[in-house]
Design a protein around this ligand. Structure first.
Ligand SMILES: [Zn+2]
Length: 356
């Protein structure tokens, strides 16, 4: 643990023990602020060892218990933002969001949320809902991690020389494979075949992973079931891609919106940047598309002066202790320095077409 982190935890402990956190939690200052929580996935197998964004199910349940024990008011995102602007938020207001729509949300997180009666927003990217095979970018990294004990990857068709499967080598290999898929403009099926080839080179049973639906999004039936159960399905682009130019960005949003319309009668009005990536022109694109808000992955509490298209969110990970989580609910977490969000590798920001 770094000195800074140790010092921060020590200070949070003092703030909690002396009742400062509790007073802040009940203050007018906190009541005029909204905490938006961000989750990506709940580990069903070993995903948590591979990526800290996958949290164990017991930890997720504990987080929800902390929300209930701390007297937080969990609101639907749209209502929370409206009440933020009207200065009518209840005490310790929180909104819960999930990104992407992996099957673990449907199988594990949603029943937990329902048991607490907490509303939730799911920013659902829809391409891999229809083509229900592993999501290419994360599966590429996951396979390299799964095969790491092999030590070296020999794939002459892809790499000029053998690739060492240490952390650095895996990261470079994943970047190279994703780059080639993009450059060759491979279809979903071609990318799936590429994953199968990578798995075989690594000695990993790809079809067995597919049977367990590792790194799969929900399928159309599950998405429709979520819509019927009141999950707020919102926009996250169809192909998990963002474009510099307005026309292609709007195309992504429109494709996403049309797919979401088949799962839920509610019109989506909120957006979440893919991988937290945003350019200065994006808030304008989103507003002109008719949306009401967009969330980033930059930690913070929302205030009335927050740009509605650049709303901060707290990304909850295995690296965040219960103490820090409680501090964020109270508001003290915001007062201490935080590390800026590291944009997830592979959340590619495509270059614009020359026509854009
Ligand atoms: Zn995403």
């Amino acid at each position: 643990m770094s000195l800074l982190k140790a010092g921060k935890l020590g200070l949070l402990r003092v703030l909690e023990a002396t009742g400062v956190s509790d007073r802040l939690a009940r203050s007018a200052w906190r009541q005029d602020r909204l905490l938006i929580l961000c989750y990506h996935g709940i580990a069903r197998f070993d995903e948590g060892e591979w990526d800290g964004l996958y949290i164990p199910s017991a930890m997720f349940r504990r987080r929800m218990e902390l929300l209930a024990e701390s007297g937080c008011h969990v609101l639907p995102l749209g209502e929370a933002l409206q009440r933020l602007n009207n200065h009518t938020l209840p005490e310790r207001a929180v909104a819960i969001t999930f990104d992407d729509g992996f099957v673990d949300f449907y199988q594990v997180a949603l029943p937990v949320l329902e048991s607490f009666g907490f509303p939730v927003t799911l920013y659902l990217t829809t391409y891999y809902v229809d083509y229900n095979r592993p999501v290419f970018d994360p599966m590429c990294s996951y396979l390299l991690w799964k095969g790491r004990d092999k030590g070296v990857l020999n794939w002459p068709g892809m790499f000029g020389s053998p690739v060492t499967l240490d952390k650095e080598g895996r990261s470079q290999a994943a970047r190279a494979i994703k780059g080639i898929a993009l450059e060759r403009d491979l279809s979903g099926r071609q990318k799936d075949a590429l994953l199968a080839e990578l798995a075989s080179k690594l000695g990993v049973d790809y079809e067995e992973l597919c049977q367990r639906r590792v790194l799969h999004l929900v399928n159309p039936e599950e998405a429709a079931d979520m819509g019927a159960r009141g999950v707020d399905l919102e926009l996250h682009t169809h192909r998990h891609r963002e474009y510099r130019g307005q026309a292609r960005m709007w195309g992504e949003l429109e494709d996403n919106r049309q797919r979401l319309a088949t799962f839920s009668p509610r019109e989506p009005r909120h957006f979440c940047y893919t991988g937290g990536v945003h350019l200065p022109q994006f808030p304008g694109y989103l507003r002109d598309f008719g949306l009401l808000s967009a969330t980033t992955c930059e930690p913070g509490l929302c205030t009335t002066s927050s740009n509605p298209f650049l709303l901060p969110r707290l990304v909850d990970t295995v690296g965040l202790s219960d103490l820090e989580f409680r501090a964020w609910l109270a508001g003290t977490g915001q007062l201490l320095p935080t590390r800026p969000y590291r944009q997830t590798e592979g959340q590619l920001l495509e270059d614009a077409d020359p026509a854009d």
